[in-house]
Design a protein around this ligand. Structure first.
Ligand code: NAP
Length: 526
């Protein structure tokens, strides 16, 4: 499969007429061939009209047909073999083994949603049968199920060129929900985006999907993204990126005559609490684990451990010196884009200059142009509480340790944190009381609470939550990873006294799908 610099609009490959754009080699910043044609407002409109025309036919296909479509995409990603990893590697700078892992995660996400469709519980079918003799008033036959919201705009993420981009989690969950998808490719990996978009286009053709079920557009600036979110035929948005970008999309969605939900995953510093008994028992091994987590993928994970908290003690100093030793040995790694590298360097400069903040250790000096040098800083709770800027995400392998005087101080800092994707506690038996006191605060702050682990590494499963209060996301009621990500693109519809012949199969009296349903309050399959 070749990269031709084209966008995908339904079953057509279109050379955008909105000007030339190039993907850049992450390691050198050089333009990569071929040139891509950016999409135009007409392309946005065509893709949206096709998506709208395909919405009813697509959502009314059987669960089995939509599952087969998702599985065909998964197989297509595998069939791309090295063609895919070679291109992603050049565009993102991410090492090939990581990209192979990310490809398998993407494949498994698609398969998870295929199995969710076959299982049928995603319909959320609820039946309250009629009570004609109820006094003082009879009850009508009431049946509820969930349907897709409509066409969804998905913004590819820079830091997961496969798992959170064209065929990533947002796309897979929206397609599973019965929603056509229009992806706005991330400019950092245009070639990867075209390869994957062609896989989805072919899978749609091979499995007989309606034409407009999928399109992929390219932007020269922010106009295509803005036009998509503002288009009256778009019903929801999935986004992973900066706080500024996410908030701009939320504002655009709110300014429409008909506002729509934006599920934006934005910024998180993922606090890690090093509780005293755990530090005393195994401070050095926690330090090694922390440094591995910090530098993974050049720190370009939404779940990167950017903040550590601990009480002042000798055990903490042992931890700090072990972390410094481990970090000093770490090589710099290429970042995803020159812009992201520039933002990271600015963030480091700010930390170097910040009063009351000291550098604990750095990794080896950068050799290449766009490499991130890992860094570890420390401060005290009073400085942190007095300087709100210290809570800003510095996207990359940088972390700040906040040293607290006592447990009350630790609680105070915890209560001050913004919303997070994760919080982590390193805990031992002697830490029961302090952990118990922290838990109610931490539940309010984060989407996922981890014990004795590190937050990088997100399982794609039924119970995963990759979300959290603002600014981790724009809507804390949902997750963008895991099976329940489908809920973001569904809404409930209640059918009152509708004849059986007009009910959707999930709600018909004979339960032809043999799916689990809540019937008069009891979960049953028949
Ligand atoms: P970004 O600048 O937010 O861009 C993400 C996507 O949104 C791009 O496709 C971008 O399009 C589009 N976009 C941004 N602002 C927009 C606007 N006002 N209107 C319409 N579309 C808009 O994020 P990024 O390029 O991935 O990385 C930049 C920074 O984001 C990083 O340095 C990091 O701080 C943060 N980031 C955080 C996470 C996380 O998970 N916490 C992940 C990735 C990035 P164009 O590029 O074409 O303008």
């Amino acid at each position: 499969m070749q990269i031709l610099g084209e966008t995908i609009i339904g079953q057509r490959a279109v050379r955008g007429q909105g000007g030339e754009v190039f993907a850049l080699a992450a390691a050198t910043g050089e333009e990569l061939s071929p040139a891509f044609g950016a999409s135009t407002p007409d392309d946005v409109n065509t893709a949206c009209e096709l998506a709208e025309a395909s919405f009813d036919p697509y959502r009314q296909l059987s669960d089995e047909q939509r599952a087969a479509f998702l599985e065909a995409i998964a197989q297509g990603l595998l069939d791309l073999g090295d063609t895919l990893t070679e291109r992603v590697h050049v565009e993102s700078g991410l090492p090939k083994p990581r990209l192979e892992g990310e490809r398998m995660r993407t494949v498994n996400q698609l398969k998870l949603f295929a199995s969710l469709l076959r299982d049928g519980r995603w319909h959320g079918a609820v039946v309250d049968t009629a009570l004609p003799d109820r006094q003082p008033l009879p009850r009508a036959d009431l049946r509820l199920r969930r349907i897709g919201l409509g066409p969804v705009a998905v913004f590819g993420a820079s830091n997961f060129p496969l798992a959170f981009s064209v065929a990533g989690g947002d796309t897979a969950s929206a397609l599973a929900a019965g929603c056509p998808v229009i992806v706005k490719a991330h400019p950092a990996h245009l070639g990867t985006s075209e390869l994957v978009a062609r896989v989805i286009q072919k899978a749609a053709r091979d499995t007989g999907m309606p034409e407009g079920v999928f399109s992929m557009l390219i932007d020269k600036d922010i106009s295509v993204g803005q036009a998509l979110v503002s288009h009256p035929l778009i019903s929801a948005v999935g986004f992973t990126g900066s706080r500024r970008g996410g908030l701009a999309l939320v504002a655009a969605a709110q300014a429409r005559p008909v506002p729509i939900p934006v599920y934006a995953e934005m910024s998180s510093i993922n606090p890690v609490f090093l509780l005293p008994a755990a530090l005393s028992a195994r401070g050095e091994s926690i330090a090694k684990g922390f440094v591995e987590s910090l530098v993974l993928g050049a720190g370009q994970f939404c779940t990167n451990p950017g903040i550590l908290l601990a009480l002042e003690s000798d055990a903490l100093e042992t931890f700090v010196s072990a972390a410094a030793t481990a970090l000093a040995d770490k090589s710099p790694t290429t970042m995803l884009t020159p812009n992201i590298h520039g933002a990271y360097c600015n963030g480091l400069n700010n930390l170097h200059k910040a009063s009351g903040v000291t550098l604990v250790a750095e990794g080896r000096e950068a050799e290449g142009s766009f490499q991130a040098r890992p860094a570890f800083f420390r401060t005290d709770s009073a400085t942190f509480l007095a300087n709100p800027g210290l809570e800003d995400e510095n996207f990359g392998p940088s972390a700040l340790l906040i040293v607290c005087k006592d447990t009350a101080d630790l609680q105070k800092v915890a209560a001050k944190f913004d919303g997070q994707l994760t919080v982590t506690l390193h805990f031992d038996d002697g830490d029961q009381a302090i952990a118990q006191a922290l838990m109610p605060t931490l539940e309010r702050k984060a989407g996922r609470i981890l014990f004795n682990d590190f937050p990088t590494g997100v399982e794609v499963s039924y119970s995963m939550v990759h979300g959290g209060p603002f600014p981790a996301t724009s809507d804390s009621r949902s997750t963008s990873v895991g099976a329940t990500a489908i809920d973001r693109f569904l809404r409930p519809v209640c059918y009152q006294s509708v004849p059986d012949s007009l009910l959707p199969p999930a709600l018909q009296h004979s339960n032809p799908l043999k799916t689990w349903r809540l019937v008069n309050g009891q979960l049953v399959k028949d």
